[in-house]
Design a binder for this molecule. Structure first.
Ligand code: 5GP
Ligand code: MN
Length: 357
């Protein structure tokens, strides 16, 4: 039976060219049967690519005659609210009953923009217990084996870019409407830091060109995401850079830390710290940065690096996390102060790697 077969597919860079036709045909058959019930799940603390790729694929599949529900594990930044209107979106943290019901009545779950089941946060058990077909579409390295179909390619800037090529391969290009294009462009734009990193593959711009041809207004999308912050968020950024940034030039590292109390003082809302970890990376000579945020029961950490310094390996070895080479995240169960101490005490071990980068 389909759901008991494990198909692993590591796509080659050039537009799904080396895709095993058998796998594509199986997914194609699934989407050609009209009236399927699909649930699309992004990772916990969804970012622009997680929201953009789930909402984008939901629009495409709805246009192809299916019922789609996006189930997000928890809150997303308010500056993605304008995208949420394009699809049916349930928040598991706020509406467990409806989210569980949607998942239990689904025929297939699409897992988008993550590479291991733990990244679904509190949705983990519900997704694990789902016994019908699960399809993973993602661009993170080292995908774990938790879905029936694995479509994974690290050469893609974003899951949203990969979704576009996959939709074309599935014969759904005609179903990519302007709503889907808005969502997919948002995913590509945010995962590339507005086209400043992960853009060495020309395919990214080919896909963007196709999306623009569909009539999207890129300036409005940019403005919806990046010119939609609260005054508190801007003040928090100023506070971070002026008072909370610690720079170790001799280790080419810098970090920012925000306690619960500090976050509360600035009325912190999801997404308010998005991008903060990137700022110290623009200091001359700095190749590794971290942002620590104290949450109720853990410390959330973001890491960024330049060149060959592996932020993902550092995070998975010491902070229970992972991600991309230059952009990773993790968590710590230690106290806030102990977490920062641990980070600082690890840095000398990495001095050679940090300096030769
Ligand atoms: P961010 O720092 O923006 O939250 O995440 C940066 C990258 O690291 C993203 O690709 C994200 O999916 C990944 N990431 C963030 N937090 C975690 C985590 O706790 N575990 C893992 N495995 N990846 C993470
Ligand atoms: Mn992504």
């Amino acid at each position: 039976m389909l759901s008991f077969s494990i198909f692993v597919l590591l796509l080659k860079p050039d537009k799904l060219k080396n895709i095993d036709l058998e796998i594509i045909n199986r997914i194609k058959k699934l989407v050609q049967k009209r009236g399927q019930n699909f649930v699309l799940v992004p990772h916990v603390n969804p970012d622009g690519d997680a929201i953009g790729s789930t909402v984008g694929l939901a629009c495409i599949l709805e246009n192809a005659g299916h019922k789609c529900t996006v189930v997000v594990p928890n809150d997303y930044p308010a500056f993605y609210n304008w995208l949420i209107g394009f699809a049916t979106v349930l928040n598991f943290d706020r509406n467990k009953g409806a989210a569980k019901k949607a998942i239990s009545s689904a025929d297939t779950i699409f897992c988008l923009d993550f590479n291991e089941i733990e990244r679904t946060g509190k949705l983990k058990d519900v997704v694990s217990e789902f016994t019908k077909t699960k399809i993973l579409v993602d661009h993170h390295p080292y995908p774990k084996d938790f879905c029936d179909y694995l479509i994974s390619d690290t050469s893609y800037s974003s899951t949203a870019e990969l979704i576009f090529d996959l939709a074309v391969q599935l014969g759904l290009k005609k179903n990519i409407t302007i709503e889907a294009a808005n969502a997919l462009f948002t995913g590509i734009m945010t995962d590339t830091g507005s086209f400043s990193h992960n853009i060495s593959n020309p395919n990214t711009f080919k896909v963007v060109s196709e999306l623009i041809s569909l009539g999207i207004d890129t300036e409005t999308i940019h403005s919806n995401v990046y010119h939609n912050y609260s005054a508190d968020r801007m003040k928090l950024l100023g506070y971070c850079l002026n008072e909370k940034m610690v720079v170790y030039p001799e280790l080419r590292t810098a970090y920012i830390s925000l306690s619960k109390q500090e976050l509360e003082k600035f009325n912190f809302a999801p997404g308010d710290a998005e991008g903060f970890v990137n700022y110290p990376l623009s200091i001359q000579g700095i190749v590794f940065t971290a942002l620590f945020m104290e949450k109720d029961d853990h410390v959330k950490i973001s890491f960024r690096s330049k060149g060959s310094f592996p932020a993902n390996a550092f995070s998975s070895e010491h902070f229970n996390g992972g991600g991309h080479l230059n952009a990773a995240g993790g968590e710590s169960e230690l106290s806030f102060a102990e977490t920062i101490e641990k980070f600082k005490s690890l840095l000398p071990e990495y001095k050679k790697q940090l300096l030769e980068n």
